[in-house]
Design a protein around this ligand. Structure first.
Ligand SMILES: *[C@@H]1O[C@H](CO)[C@@H](O)[C@H](O)[C@H]1NC(C)=O
Ligand SMILES: *[C@@H]1O[C@H](CO)[C@@H](O)[C@H](O)[C@H]1NC(C)=O
Ligand SMILES: *[C@@H]1O[C@H](CO)[C@@H](O)[C@H](O)[C@H]1NC(C)=O
Ligand SMILES: *[C@@H]1O[C@H](CO)[C@@H](O)[C@H](O)[C@H]1NC(C)=O
Ligand SMILES: *[C@@H]1O[C@H](CO)[C@@H](O)[C@H](O)[C@H]1NC(C)=O
Ligand SMILES: *[C@@H]1O[C@H](CO)[C@@H](O)[C@H](O)[C@H]1NC(C)=O
Ligand SMILES: *[C@@H]1O[C@H](CO)[C@@H](O)[C@H](O)[C@H]1NC(C)=O
Ligand SMILES: *[C@@H]1O[C@H](CO)[C@@H](O)[C@H](O)[C@H]1NC(C)=O
Ligand SMILES: *[C@@H]1O[C@H](CO)[C@@H](O)[C@H](O)[C@H]1NC(C)=O
Ligand SMILES: *[C@H]1O[C@@H](CO)[C@H](O)[C@@H](O)[C@@H]1NC(C)=O
Length: 884
């Protein structure tokens, strides 16, 4: 008896204990499900499990087992730390098929319910309305159907309501507008219809409303929530009314997607005044007409502009690339420089009626990777500046009236994967620089008037899957190598005189080098051909002899260039140089160096030049002139200073060079008001590396610059770097890998073996390059007085790397503080890689240094990674760029 009483009282005690610990909180919060406990949760989950008909990965089948009685340990289940009841049920991406049982309504502590990307179907049981603690519901991408139940209105704590990608139909129940905590309403891609009631105003904290791909008839008038509203997606509906003006009162809007409606009228010009934060503007597939909003330059944060398939007419506003607007970059508090043009990533204006030429400002859109202007009435020719769109990956200019030759700078768009210029009036040859577009998958140049032969360099485009050269005036042999083996006759139909493999339905090529179109001539004018061949042979022999002589003298550098260069030069007299420089006026003096002075001048035809006058009194000046003239006239590269003329008279020697509007890297690094960001500096270093790679490895003869330093790196008006000053350059002949000299390079940049033994080798340039890279990013000269005894620039940088204090050595203007700079981590990472790279260039033993080929590859890799990281951190900071 006593024993029974004891047991009874213990049980009571235990019950009481449970009551205190578990039930009291429920009573306090006033939940309706006061009688539930963890076993209720368990039976609810087991009921759900029994309603799942397909569990392809057997996740629940094995994991949700009664033998494992701790349901908080079941996959997809999270329990509250205090009360140990189920708070989150997340079965996303499990491939499950089934229905939702009413028992789920017994999970009374549930806060988050997420079943994203499964195949749950049927209707939703009303018992779910008991889940009063729910803050998040996401049934995104399932097969639920029926109307949206009005009992959702009872879930008063709901913040995110996501039914994206189901088959709900009917209209939005008014009860939804009682959800006063709602921040995200995503009903995209259902079959909802009707109007969007005015009550939506009551959702005062709503930030994102996504109603796209339904059949709504109007855009909600969201006056009430104008201030906090950030996303408005109403694309692909059936809205025909004008846009409610209230849209333009939503001043914090960052995404406005109204594409795929039947909106008409012209679009307000001053959109960016009203929507200053707009980042994504998509109005595609509507009936808008009139001119493009000309004040787009006010949209400083715009990343994506998509206006395809409307009736916009008139011209592309120049303001599209307005560079005068220097402002913050789009992502909240970033301090990176930028403006509309620098930020825009996506530009798509296809299928309108735009008529203008392409404004030169268009090529300032340095960040654009998606570029689509196809199917308009654009005219004029493409500018060489197109090569500035460095990160463009998709470019479509098809079906316009563009004319002129295709600039070879298109070959600089190394990230291109798809290029179409089809259906225009372009003429001239296909630039052989296209052979550099190694990533190209799709190339369409059909329906133009392109002439001459298909460059053999295209055989290098191993990724090319689609090629269309049809309907042009091409002739000569169709290459057979690389991707060309996979193309069919369709790629080449209707050209002037292509020849090649039979499967391409073209005549076979004659084995000689004569073009097929000269066959006609050969039959009728045979008598001219034989003398012509004889003359050609004589020339050839003469040429070969000269060529061999040149080789002997080891001054031959570039075969093509040798023949061409002297003729390409302009003849410039001393008198003209006198006039051009106002009589070598002091005000034209750009600087003076080891062997003379450099003046700025303007030739009679208006061309700006730099004139380098050699002071022949100075010992070695004559030799230096010859060397520089010889070296420069034989080489041509985008990143080397270009020679216009050598003026050589008995007592007067001058070089006429391209004028570099932005002076030297040295000037930029140390002037007060010019600061370069990391990317700009990196670009300049890549340019310099390319120049050195060309000098060292471009030809059979290596050229060693011997005096690389920031004052010899000049910047043109586009900030492209050109290596200059070849006064002490050395040519290394065939097989030589080094030579000796007594000429002195600049202390600080000079490799140790050069300084001590006068050994000249390409490795010496690599050393100097490493030092230049360190200086560029630290803004610290190797000759700075803080470097004494053992400590030098290299050691200083190396120490900072090993103590992970890189931020302390790099130029402070490159790094904002961590809080305000979202790219901080990417930058630090990039700068560390750069410094490691620079140290690898400047290791002491010459044969342990990397060569310039490797250097170029490494630098490019560093740059790619930096761009990727920066893009990623930008997106993380505001994940908005999944443009609709
Ligand atoms: C849960 O409550 C039921 C009665 O509603 C009870 O039978 C069961 O023992 C309780 N389970 C636990 C684990 O407390
Ligand atoms: C169920 O899954 C969870 C989480 O993946 C795991 O920790 C647990 O051990 C699994 N239990 C069983 C019985 O497989
Ligand atoms: C649910 O799981 C998916 C995939 O694991 C995850 O992306 C999502 O954030 C989770 N949702 C919640 C509310 O925890
Ligand atoms: C989710 O489903 C959608 C629609 O089927 C699909 O586009 C998306 O890629 C899926 N997401 C994942 C992570 O599987
Ligand atoms: C837009 O209107 C045209 C004709 O007025 C109609 O054919 C088309 O289906 C409409 N588009 C939508 C998305 O409603
Ligand atoms: C937009 O805001 C202005 C000023 O706040 C107000 O006068 C105007 O009525 C608003 N327009 C609409 C359509 O809400
Ligand atoms: C552009 O279209 C509008 C409306 O259709 C028309 O009034 C205007 O004249 C057109 N402008 C040009 C330059 O074609
Ligand atoms: C660039 O913006 C300025 C306003 O800051 C404006 O005055 C100028 O006209 C714009 N330039 C172009 C080409 O639109
Ligand atoms: C970001 O900008 C806002 C407003 O412009 C300012 O109040 C805030 O202090 C800034 N935050 C940082 C970290 O700079
Ligand atoms: C809660 O769910 C209902 C169905 O909606 C069941 O009938 C109940 O038995 C269940 N209650 C518990 C405590 O499991």
């Amino acid at each position: 008896m006593a024993r029974t009483r004891f047991l009874l009282s213990t049980t009571l005690l235990l019950l009481l204990f449970q009551y205190c610990c578990v039930y009291i909180p429920i009573l306090i919060t006033g939940s309706v499900a006061a009688q539930t406990n963890i076993s209720t949760d368990q039976s609810a989950l087991l009921a759900l499990k029994s309603h799942i008909t397909i569990d392809p990965q057997n996740i629940l089948t094995t994991n949700w087992s009664t033998s494992n009685s701790d349901i908080c340990n079941w996959v997809g289940v999270t329990c509250g730390a205090r009360h140990l009841r189920v708070t989150t049920l997340n079965l996303s991406y499990m491939g499950l098929t089934g229905t939702i049982p009413s028992h789920l309504g017994n999970l009374s502590f549930l806060v988050q319910l997420e079943f994203r990307n499964n195949s749950f179907g049927g209707t939703l049981p009303p018992e779910l309305s008991n889940l009063r603690r729910l803050k998040l519901i996401s049934f995104e991408f399932n097969d639920f159907e029926g109307t949206i139940p009005s009992w959702f209105g009872l879930l008063s704590k709901l913040q995110t309501f996501n039914l994206y990608g189901n088959q709900f139909s009917g209209s939005i129940p008014n009860a939804i507008f009682n959800l006063s905590a709602l921040q995200v309403l995503n009903l995209r891609s259902n079959q909802l219809s009707g109007t969007i009631p005015r009550e939506i105003e009551r959702l005062t904290v709503l930030q994102e409303i996504l109603l796209g791909n339904n059949n709504f008839k109007e855009i909600p008038n969201l006056i009430g929530s104008k201030d906090g509203m950030e996303w408005l997606y109403v694309q692909a509906n059936a809205v025909t009314d004008p846009i409610p003006l209230a849209v333009f009162n939503m001043s914090s809007l960052t995404i406005l997607a109204l594409n795929g409606n039947n909106l008409s009228g012209s679009f307000p010009d001053n959109i960016c005044q009203h929507l200053p934060s707009i980042q994504v503007l998509n109005l595609a597939h509507n009936q808008f007409d009139g001119p493009l909003p000309h004040k787009l330059w006010q949209c400083k944060e715009l990343l994506s502009l998509v206006l395809d398939y409307n009736n916009f007419n008139g011209s592309i506003p120049r303001s599209i690339g307005n560079l005068t607007q220097l402002t913050r970059l789009g992502f909240s508090n970033n301090t990176l420089t930028g403006n509309l043009s620098a930020n825009l990533r996506i530009l798509s204006l296809a299928f309108n009626s735009l008529t203008s030429t392409l404004p030169s400002t268009l090529w300032e859109l340095e960040q654009v990777w998606f570029f689509n202007l196809s199917s308009n009435l654009l005219n004029g020719s493409l500018s060489e500046d197109i090569g500035k769109l460095k990160v463009v990956s998709y470019m479509d200019l098809s079906s316009n009236n563009l004319s002129g030759v295709i600039p070879s700078s298109v070959g600089d768009l190394l990230d291109l994967t798809s290029l179409s210029l089809a259906d225009n009036n372009c003429e001239g040859p296909i630039p052989s620089s296209f052979g550099k577009l190694k990533g190209l998958i799709r190339l369409d140049l059909s329906k133009n008037s392109l002439s001459e032969a298909i460059p053999k360099s295209l055989e290098a485009l191993l990724n090319l899957k689609y090629l269309n050269f049809s309907f042009n005036q091409l002739r000569g042999e169709i290459p057979e190598g690389g991707p060309f083996k996979n193309f069919s006759a369709l790629s080449f139909v209707s050209n002037k005189a292509l020849c090649g493999a039979a499967r391409l339905h073209v005549p076979p090529c004659k084995n000689n080098t004569l073009q097929p179109n000269s066959r006609k001539a050969s039959s009728s004018n045979l008598k001219y051909i034989i003398p012509a061949i004889i003359i050609a042979t004589i020339f050839l022999v003469a040429f070969v002899s000269i060529f061999i002589l040149h080789r002997k003298r080891k001054v031959e550098v570039a075969t093509e260039a040798t023949v061409l260069s002297q003729h390409l030069w302009r003849r410039v007299s001393r008198l003209e140089l006198l006039r051009a420089t106002n009589g070598f006026n002091d005000s034209n003096l750009l600087g003076s160096g080891g062997f003379g002075s450099v003046f700025k001048g303007t030739l009679s035809d208006g061309m700006d030049v730099a004139v380098k006058i050699f002071d022949l009194q100075l010992e070695g000046a004559f030799k230096s002139f010859e060397r520089e003239c010889e070296t420069l006239s034989n080489i041509r590269h985008r990143n080397l200073i270009k020679i216009i003329s050598c003026c050589s008279q008995l007592d007067f020697k001058a070089l006429v060079l391209n004028y570099m509007a932005n002076g030297s890297l040295e000037k930029w690094l140390y002037s007060q008001n010019s600061s370069f960001n990391t990317l700009k500096r990196l670009n300049i270093m890549v340019d310099v590396a390319l120049a050195l790679e060309y000098l060292h490895h471009g030809y059979s003869v290596s050229i060693v610059h011997c005096d690389l330093k920031p004052s010899n790196i000049l910047l043109d008006e586009d900030m492209v770097a050109h290596v200059a000053d070849f006064g002490i350059a050395k040519l290394l002949g065939f097989g030589d890998s080094m030579t000796r000299t007594m000429t002195l390079a600049t202390v600080g940049y000079m490799a140790p073996e050069y300084g001590m033994d006068g050994i000249v080798s390409t490795q010496g340039d690599v050393y100097s390059f490493g030092i230049v890279v360190m200086e560029t990013f630290t803004k610290m000269k190797p000759t700075n007085e803080m470097f004494v005894e053992e400590m030098n620039l290299k050691q200083w940088v190396a120490n900072s790397l090993s103590s992970e204090a890189i931020a302390e050595v790099v130029d402070a203007t490159l790094l904002a503080t961590q809080e305000e700079d979202h790219d901080y981590v990417a930058k630090i990472d990039c700068l560390s890689s750069i410094m490691r790279f620079a140290l690898a260039c400047s290791v002491e033993p010459p044969d342990e240094r990397i060569n310039m080929k490797e250097a170029v590859a490494m630098l490019k890799k560093i740059k790619m990674k930096f761009l990727k990281d920066a893009a990623r951190s930008a997106q993380l900071n505001r994940p908005l760029v999944h443009a609709p």
